[in-house]
Design a protein around this ligand. Structure first.
Ligand code: 4AZ
Length: 360
């Protein structure tokens, strides 16, 4: 029986690091200070979120041998060290909607998210405007974690540096049809702070919202082999659970039609019209060396955006990183929540009165 990862979340291990430093961003403006977060401290002894058991994941093909971190030749050392898996560094301003989601504990003393940054790699998200962030429901699955322990960080590209600004989440709406077993409707909307503060400050930080597929008239219909871009700070090497990238990574992937995807993943009840599947592009398959990991999203990329650019040059989010069968196995697709199928849900979720935007 094949096992599947539902990963996504990465639980930081307990550490007892106290620091007297206050978050430098607190001093930026008075109104911002009121909503920005104080430094965070890790909870000791926290376990793995959601029971993901990556090490138990069998290689689905003949890729059971050690996958080299870096192959000499084709890609070269540098691009081996980069990646989501098989990706490259995102340049400044190239993904201004990308959000980092992390957990903070003790708000009085602690550290900034960029210190011990690897402990703050949990999930990705996307900024869609007016204080709303889109992410994956499974990032918030563990009942032991309170909403007020999470933070969203916007405006950062290198998360090991003092970039961007973090906010508390004041409202969250998880899809009522979220099925954690089948990973269907794996979508959550998060809201943070006062919109009047945002407009000024987020623009200053270079943050821009991304349009959603199905929400704008110019959105193209997706071709069966459409090319997508996926971004995140998640694992760059599936076998190295510490291989997060400080610099945001991006990778090009190609759509895999629903039928072929369900067959490949052997999970017909998890693959339907509400998800998109994507794997390495045909063109790349030819280049890949045998035994090399191929292009893919991986653990902690979850919740982040899969995007296209339409004929007018407008970036559009088409998917949310959701799950996969391990990462980077050639020919095996990752699965993404299909944003265009959730537009009505997103609209109605935003219209809910604040007191009904409960979590979950
Ligand atoms: C994860 O755990 C994850 N290769 C995301 C994407 C994929 C696998 C795992 C797809 O966040």
């Amino acid at each position: 029986m094949t096992r599947y990862t539902k990963v996504l979340k990465r639980q930081s291990w307990g550490q007892h690091l106290l620091t007297a430093m206050f978050w430098a961003l607190l001093t930026v403006t008075t109104p911002l200070s009121a909503s920005a977060q104080t430094p965070a401290e890790q909870e000791p002894g926290a376990g793995i979120l959601g029971g993901a058991d990556l090490d138990a994941e069998p290689a689905p093909t003949s890729m059971g041998q050690d996958l080299p971190n870096c192959q000499a030749g084709a890609a070269g050392l540098q691009s081996c060290q980069e990646t989501i898996i098989g990706g490259q560094n995102v340049g400044p301003g190239e993904a201004p909607w990308q959000v980092q989601i992390f957990r903070a504990y003790d708000l009085k003393v602690g550290r900034n998210p960029y210190q011990n940054w690897k402990d703050h790699v949990l999930c990705g998200g996307s900024y869609i405007g007016n204080g709303w962030v889109l992410s994956a429901a499974h990032c918030f699955e563990d009942a032991n974690f309170k909403l007020n322990e999470y933070r969203v960080r916007l405006g950062a590209r290198d998360i090991s540096k003092d970039e961007g600004v973090s906010f508390r989440i004041d409202q969250a709406v998880r899809h009522s049809g979220y099925n954690s077993e089948l990973k269907l409707n794996d979508i959550i909307l998060l809201h943070f702070v006062d919109e009047r503060i945002l407009k000024w400050d987020l623009r200053r930080l270079g943050v821009e919202p991304i349009a959603l597929h199905g929400d704008i008239p110019s959105g193209p219909s997706l071709a069966p082999n459409h090319l997508f871009k996926v971004t995140g700070w998640g694992l760059t090497n599936y076998r190295d659970k510490d291989s997060f990238s400080p610099i945001l990574q991006s990778v090009q992937l190609q759509r895999m039609p629903t039928d072929a995807c369900a067959e490949k993943l052997e999970t017909p009840n998890r693959i339907n019209a509400t998800v998109l599947c994507a794997r390495e592009p045909d063109s790349q398959m030819l280049n890949d060396q045998a035994g090399e990991e191929s292009q893919d999203a991986c653990q902690a990329d979850s919740g982040g955006p899969m995007t296209i650019v339409n004929a007018q040059g407008t970036p559009i989010q088409v998917g949310i990183v959701s799950w996969g069968r391990g990462c980077g196995y050639r020919g095996f697709p990752g699965v993404y929540t299909r944003v265009a199928m959730q537009i009505e849900w997103i609209r109605s979720a935003k219209r809910l009165p604040a007191e009904r935007r409960s979590f979950p």
